[in-house]
Design a protein around this ligand. Structure first.
Ligand code: GDP
Ligand code: MG
Length: 694
């Protein structure tokens, strides 16, 4: 019915970033005269309503979905763009745009304004939330802003009804002039834009904007265009090539020009409040924490501090848990007659479950830090500095949040990918999420680092740990880039992230999350790990050797687990591993943290009478047939790299199966990650040996 209304004199669209107050203004202007429907073919809500200009002339108002830019990244933004360019059948191109701007976030909001002004459609800017801006101590020079924008700027407080009379007046003023060109593009670019605009079969008002959008499209996005015929696409491509040849990147030059313009506007019209005021402290912090270099220094420094605490502070409770575990095992040995039952209880269950539970303090510290980083608002900044990398591999900034949560555990991380609208980007994110070092890797890293460098300081240990986390991160980026180039090719989206204000962390909230995570970890230890420990114990105990004078080593070799270890030995020998490490790899296939307790069981069986000796000492003393040590520094490093890259988690497989609704992706993921892990460990071990290391 929209547009068919005969009485309507003007079509007005309300555009703006999400949460800037569009709907509040829409509701205030239209009152109860609203219609809600859907845009054809998409599940985006279409809200229209009738309102009257200052002389009573009826106009139709359209509440557009929130958008940051006309270079769209979501179905919502695509609808807003298509309406503004008059591409949507049944929705007439607006005669006037009310561009709502959040005054307390002027700088960020101006990007969309710049793009609105590039369309030759009259624009009225509603400078909303001036109350918030004022409270934040920002002073906006209205005259300067009007002069710089060259269009009417009406300050409003939508929630309190401030400024609506002026807004109504501005919209019904006639005739409204088209806005002047604001962001100055390089001359060469401007010439190409005008030339391309002339060829476009669209209304002259939007031709320039449309041409600019075409010129900033990637190759693949150009291929996907359906609303123009090939001659236009070819013309765009050759214009892009000419621009590139003359040293102008057609994809980034318009963006840079808009940001330059925003800088000029803000310099002239925006005066921020005193230094003691909350926003400016926030801004200053942001200046450091999202800085090109200092941002990374801060990020790496914070991670290093976190791992340092994980190594030092956690040591005390870990010693207590270890003592309790040993006491429990000894008690069992004293009260249960020697035999399979004693072995199952002491080695299988207490050793297996205890060997995992001992890492509870470190995991709690990890979540303590992650909680602080999240609560203070730092995570969004981390995502922001990461986005520079993410965009290089062709991913959305949104993909980094799931990756960041995968540092704790890939399962919530993979579930968090649901916020990614683009199916291919979501799949890529799911595929690489388990490469982020989750908390279950901690036990493996801790034991391997202790074995590798027995005399290392906590800082050195943290350094290696950090290196492992970075290895996972880099692997995730490289694989994402490869997947985006091959299996899941697609358009590269652009990032604009909400930056929440810095806040003091809520200690209660953090404690609650640590408690939840701790319980989850213990529940996993009590179920999955317990079951796996029993199965592993059985695999390592049966079948028993036929003659009773067999050595423990022969018995282990004879067991199913031992045979499995022997069976994969040829595969892992190039990585420097023997069959006993093979048992650990097989044993931890379903849950990586079981590696440590599996090794515990393996060496306990071997040195049945020396169980009081700590596992690390046993592993350190382990010799090959030729008398050399098994766990050389290179083997330890290679094993860590293997665990950085390998899938080794049955719960993740299950969740990927559920989220992708297919068996192909989880199986593919196991295959590529195992392959990657093997290659990584191979390169470390063989490369290290070539360089003369041990
Ligand atoms: P939309 O996403 O752009 O449609 O934004 P909404 O109209 O839903 O507004 C987002 C939030 O900002 C709501 O909670 C509004 O009540 C609030 N809001 C809108 N305008 C103003 C304003 O001028 N001042 C203040 N303080 N809050 C506002
Ligand atoms: Mg809204």
């Amino acid at each position: 019915m929209a547009g068919a209304d005969p009485g309507v004199t003007r079509h007005v669209a309300i555009a703006g970033n999400p949460n800037c107050g569009k709907s509040t203004i829409f509701n205030a202007l239209t009152g109860l005269r609203q219609k809600v429907g859907n845009y054809p073919g998409v599940t985006v809500e279409k809200k229209t309503g009738r309102f009257f200009g200052s002389h009573g002339e009826p106009m139709e108002l359209l509440d557009l979905p929130g958008s940051y830019s006309l270079q769209v990244r979501s179905p919502d933004e695509a609808v807003a763009r298509d309406v503004l360019l008059g591409r949507l059948p049944g929705t007439p191109r607006p005669d006037v745009i009310i561009c709502v701007v959040d005054a307390s976030n002027l700088e960020r909001n101006l990007y969309l304004v710049a793009q609105m002004l590039e369309l030759q459609i009259p624009v009225v800017v509603a400078l909303n939330m001036v109350d918030v801006a004022e409270k934040n101590g920002a002073v906006i020079d209205l005259m300067a802003l009007r002069e710089k924008l060259g269009v009417p700027v009406i300050p409003t407080v939508a929630t309190k009804g401030g400024g609506f009379i002026e807004l109504r007046q501005a919209v019904s003023r006639s005739p409204l002039p088209p806005p002047p060109v604001c962001a100055q593009m390089p001359i060469v670019l401007e010439r190409e834009v005008m030339a391309l605009a002339k060829q476009l079969p669209v209304a002259p008002e939007v031709a320039r904007g449309e041409a600019l959008l075409l010129l900033t499209l990637h190759d693949e996005a150009l291929d996907a265009i359906t609303q123009h015929d090939r001659t236009i696409i070819d013309a765009t491509r050759s214009a892009q090539q000419r621009l590139t040849a003359s040293g102008i990147d057609p994809l980034s030059a318009p963006v840079d020009a808009r940001y330059d313009w925003i800088g000029q506007v803000c310099a002239a019209a925006l005066h921020k409040g005193g230094a003691h005021d909350a926003t400016s402290i926030s801004d200053q912090l942001d200046g450091w924490l999202t800085h090109r270099i200092w941002g990374w220094v801060a990020f790496v420094g914070m991670m290093a501090l976190m791992f340092f605490c994980i190594f030092t502070v956690a040591q005390y409770p870990m010693d207590w848990i270890d003592a309790a575990k040993t006491a429990l095992a000894n008690w069992t040995k004293a009260h249960v007659p020697a035999g399979d039952l004693q072995s199952l209880l002491a080695d299988g269950i207490i050793g297996g479950v205890g060997g995992v539970v001992i890492f509870l303090p470190q995991i709690l510290i990890l979540f303590f830090f992650l909680g602080i980083l999240e609560d203070t608002g730092y995570m969004a900044r981390a995502a922001f500095i990461m986005d520079r990398l993410m965009s290089k591999v062709g991913l959305h900034g949104k993909s980094f949040v799931p990756l960041l949560s995968s540092f704790a555990c890939a399962i919530p991380g993979i579930m968090a990918t649901r916020t990614i609208e683009n199916r291919k980007d979501r799949l890529v994110t799911i595929l690489v999420a388990p490469l982020m070092s989750c908390s279950a890797r901690l036990p493996v890293y801790v034991v391997m680092i202790a074995l590798m460098l027995p005399a290392a300081s906590a800082w050195e240990q943290s350094g290696i740990m950090l290196a492992m986390y970075l290895t996972g991160l880099i692997a995730a980026f490289v694989m994402a880039w490869i997947f985006k180039k091959t299996l899941l090719r697609g358009d590269t989206p652009m990032l604009l992230l909400e930056m929440p204000p810095y806040r003091l962390p809520s200690w209660r909230g953090i404690a609650q999350r640590m408690w939840e995570r701790g319980l989850l970890f213990l529940r996993r230890a009590g179920t999955v790990i317990l079951a796996l420990s029993i199965v592993l114990w059985a695999l390592l105990t049966f079948p028993k050797p036929t003659h009773s004078d067999a050595t423990p080593s022969e018995a282990l070799s004879h067991s199913i687990g031992g045979r499995m270890g022997h069976a994969i030995e040829p595969l892992i020998a190039p990585l420097g591993y023997d069959w006993k490490i093979g048992i650990g790899l097989v044993g931890s296939f379903a849950a990586r943290e079981v590696f440590v307790s599996t090794m515990g069981q393996v060496y306990n069986i071997e040195d049945a009478d020396e169980t009081s000796e700590p596992l690390r000492e046993q592993m350190r003393a382990e010799k090959r047939a030729d008398g050399t040590a098994v766990f050389t520094p290179l083997v330890c490093l290679g094993l860590m790299v293997f665990y950085v890259l390998a899938m080794q988690c049955i719960s993740t497989v299950a969740i990927v199966r559920r989220e992708t609704n297919s068996w192909f992706w989880p199986l593919f993921q196991i295959a590529y990650m195992t392959g990657l892990a093997w290659i990584g460990a191979f390169v470390v071990y063989q490369g290290g040996r070539l360089l003369g290391f041990q």
